[in-house]
Design a protein around this ligand. Sequence first.
Ligand code: SF4
Length: 353
Amino acid sequence: MSKTFLRKLLEWNTTNERQMPWKGEKNPYYIWLSEIILQQTRVEQGLKYYEKFILHYPNIEALASATENEVFKDWEGLGYYSRARNLHHTAKFVVTTYNGHFPTEYAAILQLKGIGPYTAAAIASFAYHLPYAVVDGNVIRVLSRFLGIEEAFDSTEGKKKFEKIAQDFLDKKDPATYNQAIMDFGATVCKPIAPLCDECPLQSSCFAYSKGIMHLIPYKSKKIVKKQRFFNYLIFVSEAEMLIRKRHVKDIWRGLHDFVLIEEVALLSRTALQKHSSYTALEKNFSGNIRSSYFDHHQVLTHQKINARFFIIECEQLPIINDYFSVKRKKIGNFAFPKLINFFLEEDFISFK
Ligand code: SF4
C-alpha cells in the first residue's frame, strides 16, 4: 500500500510541484524562518513576512542582535506572537551556543525553543536530508483519508499513530522531496473542504473516497470552547502624547504594547466604567474627560475571543501609573501592538484630534 502511495505521490509531484521562495532551500536558518512563519498562517500572507525577515535579518546573527521590539514590529499582523518571541530567543541561543551554526541532528534541533517535532523534521529533512517525516495538518488529512484512520488526530493515541504511519510511509531515500510533496498534495488536492477527488491519482486506493466519507475524516476528539474575555481599554491622551505599556504578564500578547486595561466579565458602559473601583482609583491621578463615544472591536484567538472597548480620555496631563509610559502620539506606529489595537488605532484613533 505504502509503495503505491509513494509512487503515485511522487509522480504527481513531478508535474504539480508548488513554487515557493523557500522550496529547495538548504539553509536551515531560512527553512526555520519559513516554517515558523507559516505555522497558523496562509502561504499568501506568510510570503511577504518571509521576504521581510530575510531582508531585515539575512542571517541568524542579524536576528539575534535585533531588539525584541524590532522583531515584534516586523511580525506585526501575523498573530501568535509567542512564535516571534521564540524565534528571537532561539536565534540568540544558536548564536551563543552553536556559534551561529544551526544544529545538524534532529534531537538537538528539537531541543530549540519554539521548535516542535514538525519543524524539527522539516529542518532535518530539507536541510540535511535526514529521514524524518513531517506531520502537519496536510499530512494527517491525506494519510487519514487514504487509509481510513479512525483515531482522532488530537488524542494521545492518535498522535502516536499518525507519527508512526507518517514515518512508515516516508521515502527514506529522499525525505525532503517526499515531505514537501505530501504537504503540497494535502494543500492543493486533498484539501480540507471539497477535495479534488476526481483528479486525484490516489483515488482508486483511497479508503475515504471508496466510502464517500472524505468530509468526515480526519476525526477530531476535542472541540475547542473559546473563552470570552472583555477588555475595557482606557486611552489616556494629551495634546501630543498618550499612555501605553509593554505587556509583561504571562498571558496573551506578551511583549506587545497596550493601554490601561480593566478586564471585566463584560464590556462596561460609560456609567459603569466611571463607577468601577479601578477607574475611581485612577481618577485621583488625572483630570480629564471620557470622550462621549467609544469603540468596540474583537479578535478571535485559538482558545479565546477578546472583546474590547476603547474609551478615549482626554487629559491636560497624563496620569502617572505604574508600568505605563507616555509616548508621542505621532510615534505610536513605532511600537508593536496586537492586531485588535492596531485596528482601533488605524480605524478610529486616526480620526481623533
Ligand atoms: S481521493 Fe480524495 S480523499 Fe482520497 S486522497 Fe484523493 S483527494 Fe484525498
